[in-house]
Design a protein around this ligand. Structure first.
Ligand SMILES: Cc1cc2nc3c(=O)[nH]c(=O)nc-3n(C[C@H](O)[C@H](O)[C@H](O)COP(=O)(O)OP(=O)(O)OC[C@H]3O[C@@H](n4cnc5c(N)ncnc54)[C@H](O)[C@@H]3O)c2cc1C
Length: 453
């Protein structure tokens, strides 16, 4: 083959960018990698998930961005695989395809009242405050100014992010890249009480300590823990003894339980052993019915039958993310992942030639951003081994020009690396006009227009 090896990476989140990086770093192989994304902007959940007030984690964007400067790598935004182009078609234009399209749908609680107005998925709330083009602005701009009490269901880092964003003053968020309408809406909030609800005990929560601590350091929100929630059984003691992170979390939570509220305008109530069993309301959710649970000695809980009600006119469900299938791609609906062996997509236990997977859609929504690097590198190693063994298919129309001609024929306006750089410049300029580093441009049309400037 005289042309470079053509690879399509589907999804420009961390796993896609790390896969492109690994491919472009091969000294003895000429590659041409198109990182395709349905959005006009790259970086997936690093842009649209990681909390905007976590500046150092958000700055991973800069590292990912440098991959787009590597020879042979380009961003191809505003192209949705499965809509604008099928996977089967991609095989005509690329010798191999790496699926890195993430797992960003919400899991449901499966309790009565879950679909009441005012009950929202954390995925949707996070998308809104990060300025995702598909976010439902109207819902949040209606619910937040008219709410006073919020229940956040779930005890992971996303639940903490959501709680912190709702509990912070707008002054504490002013140096973020949140769109101005998000800051304005949060600035008009009358929310006074935020309840973070976990069904297990403090030793079973999956927070990272740094994120947890932040909740106790907010300018205008007291953090409140009922000492009765500090329940530990033999399994808890064991995990506290063996896992330093859990021990640190428990220390933080115990210290909170000793605090006397300082009379701040907002209160963050952190509840353990509290399982939501029903949401009740009228035209809008009004209360969460919670069953008290008891630790069962082996890391789980059992219900006690004791019910209480927590007033909440906004409920944010944060009980995990899940992947969804893509046309023509084998999918394990139970696990929400693409079946694979060492990153090779498998159909009926056999590898599909030229098809690979990495990131959340490969292993499920677990780990930190860096976990995707190791994961993507392993997948690329499988791809390169297949290439060396001569088992990769050869695309019949394998040039950049061929693929661009197909998209142009379909009337699709692609945003390339140059277009993304123009958007980047426009966001920085918009931010500078308000004394910030950057302000996110949220709507798709404005992003596309900015890409052409
Ligand atoms: C709210 C939230 C906060 C987080 N905070 C942190 C944190 O602080 N620190 C940390 O280490 N990790 C954090 N994470 C985890 C981290 O974001 C993930 O590990 C990582 O983003 C997963 O990478 P990915 O590339 O597999 O998926 P994603 O980042 O989801 O990227 C998938 C990409 O695929 C694109 N795509 C989807 N469908 C298609 C399609 N059909 N065609 C083309 N493109 C498509 C999407 O637009 C997206 O750009 C957080 C996650 C969430 C949800």
């Amino acid at each position: 083959m005289t042309r470079p090896l053509r690879i399509a990476v589907i999804g420009s989140g961390p796993s896609g960018m790390y896969a492109a990086d690994a491919l472009a770093s091969q000294a003895d192989l000429e590659v041409s990698v198109d990182v395709i994304d349905r959005l006009p902007v790259p970086f997936g959940l690093v842009r649209y998930g990681v909390a905007p007030d976590h500046h150092s984690i958000r700055s991973v964007r800069d590292t990912l961005d440098r991959v787009l400067d590597k020879p042979g790598v380009r961003f191809v935004g505003n192209v949705e695989v499965g809509e604008d182009v099928s996977l089967a078609e991609l095989h005509e234009y690329f010798d191999a395809v790496i699926l890195t399209y993430g797992a960003s749908r919400d899991r449901r609680l499966e309790i009565e009242g879950e679909d009441l107005d005012g009950s929202v998925a954390a995925t949707d709330f996070v998308a809104w405050y990060c300025g995702h083009p598909d976010a439902d602005r109207a819902t949040f701009e209606r619910l937040i100014p008219t709410g006073t009490a919020v229940a956040v269901i779930g005890v992971g880092n996303v639940a903490i992010d959501v709680t912190r964003v709702l509990a912070k003053t707008v002054g504490e968020l002013d140096d973020t890249d949140m769109p101005q309408y998000v800051l304005d809406t949060l600035g008009g909030s009358h929310i006074t009480d935020i309840h973070l609800l976990g069904r297990r005990g403090p030793a079973q929560a999956t927070f990272t300590t740094k994120e947890l601590r932040e909740l106790g350091e907010l300018l205008d929100a007291d953090v409140i823990v009922d000492p009765a929630d500090l329940a530990f059984d033999a399994a808890s003691d064991e995990v506290i003894r063996t896992d330093k992170a859990v021990a640190r979390n428990v220390e933080v939570i115990k210290e909170w339980a000793t605090r006397v509220p300082a009379g701040k305008n907002r209160r963050v109530h952190v509840h353990f052993l509290a399982r939501p069993v029903e949401l009740r309301g009228d035209d809008r959710v009004r209360e969460v019915i919670v069953e008290r649970t008891a630790l069962d000695g082996s890391g789980g809980v059992t219900g006690t039958g004791e019910l209480t009600s927590i007033a909440a006119d906004l409920v944010v469900r944060s009980v995990g993310y899940r992947g969804t299938g893509l046309d023509d791609v084998p999918f394990d609906a139970k696990r929400g992942v693409i079946p694979n062996s060492e990153g090779r997509v498998e159909r009926d236990g056999q590898p599909v030639p030229g098809e690979y997977v990495a990131g959340w859609i490969k292993r499920g929504p677990t780990g930190i951003i860096g976990t995707n690097k190791k994961d993507a590198n392993a997948t690329v190693a499988s791809l390169l081994a297949d290439q060396a063994a001569g088992t990769l298919p050869v695309a019949s129309a394998g040039t950049v020009e061929d693929f661009d001609a197909l998209l142009a024929e379909r009337g699709i306006t692609i945003v390339t690396t140059a277009g993304w750089r123009a958007i980047d410049g426009a966001e920085r300029a918009l931010g500078a006009s308000a004394g910030r580093d950057r302000t996110t441009i949220h709507d798709r049309q404005s992003l596309i227009e900015a890409s052409m400037a």
